[in-house]
Design a binder for this molecule. Structure first.
Ligand code: S3P
Length: 425
């Protein structure tokens, strides 16, 4: 579906955004392997999280959905059962990489499949450590479909992450839950730490690196999860409020986990007026309300160590940068090429259409110059974050820009358009 965006002059009001995607996936997974009834409040029910829910239903877990709250009746340590069908991961990299860790420890075979985009995304990054754990796992050309067979001798490992990936880290830690001996993941880059927090894992900081320990001692129990709203989803509205005149919005109950708040730090360094209030910690995760007011932005250098923290927000930060003073540059972000689309390519190809000057690097890009063409049709490249970033840009440019295949926003935020319309003045 092609969607056209009219100019938005100003936004005002309060938004209650859906639950955090990373935490929702993990809450469903941990509840499904725990023994007994868990409740998940404010769970994101987008296509990605539904892929996780459906996979666990196929694995024999009863899961009821009522509005945004779900009840999961977990069957405990050996409670998953062999699925009748292949498990379809849809577009969801997080479901695939995390569930593989759990499935590697089961005594039945599973086959994971995905949509076209997911089937071309790298999976070797989890195959390598899982094979070191003696998991019986194979994917042709290191891509989906992935076949996971029972392992005779799953064993714990110490694994130094070769790349900044919370999905790879979580995959190994989840497999480690099924072993008596400690599995240790060593991380030299700070990536999102929801898995560690939600399982209460032992974490030891050692200079610039972190050691995270997992074992059967941390196997989850049935519990209640209160999921904060997603900071990645909120970033689109933050940038819209900052870039439009006389705007002020409040975003309620946003996840403020410090491994995710780099987007706020960068926007504030650029001159953004963003304040937080009602900050509290529930289920080990910080959350609070954010108040965002129109601001003049100036581009800043983005430090390499912050890149994993802002990896999902780089598309919308780029849009903020285009309207800020100076040029926008991102480097050390080659991982962008492995996301739902090759985001370096998606962003550069779309921005070229506006007549901006683009220098594309292997690991980022430099954007400068002025917008020359204002009535442009953008390609979403089937990537939800590209679609929403260019929706915000189109609403600011306001010359009838449109986005092809806009429906892909359902992957993380099916109600994006309603939320947008509710704050337009
Ligand atoms: C996620 C980790 C990140 C992120 C993705 C969600 C997670 O991926 O981009 O949207 O929930 O662990 P990588 O681990 O591949 O960087």
């Amino acid at each position: 579906m092609i969607r056209q965006f009219n100019k938005i002059e100003s936004v005002k009001g309060t938004l209650i955004l859906p639950g955090d995607k990373s935490i929702s996936h993990r809450a469903v997974m941990l509840s499904s392997i725990a023994d007994g009834e868990s409740k998940i409040y404010n769970c994101l029910l987008s296509e990605d999280v539904l892929a996780t829910i459906n996979a666990f239903r196929e694995l024999g877990i009863k899961i009821d959905i009522e509005d945004n709250n779900i009840t999961v009746w977990g069957n405990g340590f050996s409670g998953l059962t062999e699925p009748a069908n292949n498990l379809f991961m849809g577009n969801s990299g997080t479901t695939t990489r995390l569930i593989a860790g759990i499935l590697a420890a089961q005594n039945f075979q599973t086959v994971l499949t995905g949509d076209k985009s997911l089937s071309s995304r790298p999976i070797k990054r989890i195959i390598t450590p899982l094979r070191q754990m003696h998991a019986n796992i194979s994917g042709e050309n290191n891509c989906l479909p992935l076949t996971i067979k029972p392992s005779e001798s799953l064993r714990s490992i110490q694994y130094k992450l070769p790349l900044a990936s919370a999905q790879v880290k979580s995959c190994i830690l989840l497999a480690g839950l099924y072993l008596d001996e400690e599995t240790v993941v060593v991380e030299n880059f700070i990536t999102r730490d929801h898995t560690e927090r939600m399982l209460g894992l032992k974490v030891v900081e050692d200079g610039d690196s972190k050691k995270i320990y997992s074992s059967i001692n941390y196997f989850p129990s049935a519990t209640e999860y209160f999921i904060p709203s997603d900071i990645s989803t909120s970033a689109f509205f933050m940038v819209l409020a900052l870039l439009t005149k006389n705007s002020e919005i409040t975003l309620k109950n946003i996840s403020l986990n410090e491994t995710r708040t780099g987007v706020i730090d960068i926007l504030v360094a650029m001159g953004a007026n963003i304040e937080s209030e009602n900050v509290e910690t529930i289920n080990g995760e910080q959350r609070g309300d954010l108040i965002i007011k129109s601001s003049d932005l100036i581009n800043v250098e983005i430090p390499e160590e912050l890149v994993p923290n802002i990896i999902d927000e780089i598309p919308i930060l780029t849009i903020a940068g285009i309207f800020g003073e100076g040029h926008f540059e991102i480097k050390n972000a080659k991982e962008l090429r492995t996301k739902e689309s090759d985001r370096i390519n998606s962003i550069c190809r779309n921005l070229e259409k506006l007549g901006l000057d683009i220098e594309e690097y292997d690991d980022g890009y430099l954007i400068s110059g002025e917008i020359k063409n204002k009535n442009v049709s953008f390609n979403s490249f089937g990537d939800h974050r590209i679609a929403m970033s260019f929706a915000i840009l189109s609403s600011i440019v306001g010359c009838g820009c449109s986005i092809e295949n806009f429906d892909c926003v359902n992957v993380s935020n099916p109600n994006f358009i309603d939320q947008l319309n509710s704050i337009v003045v």
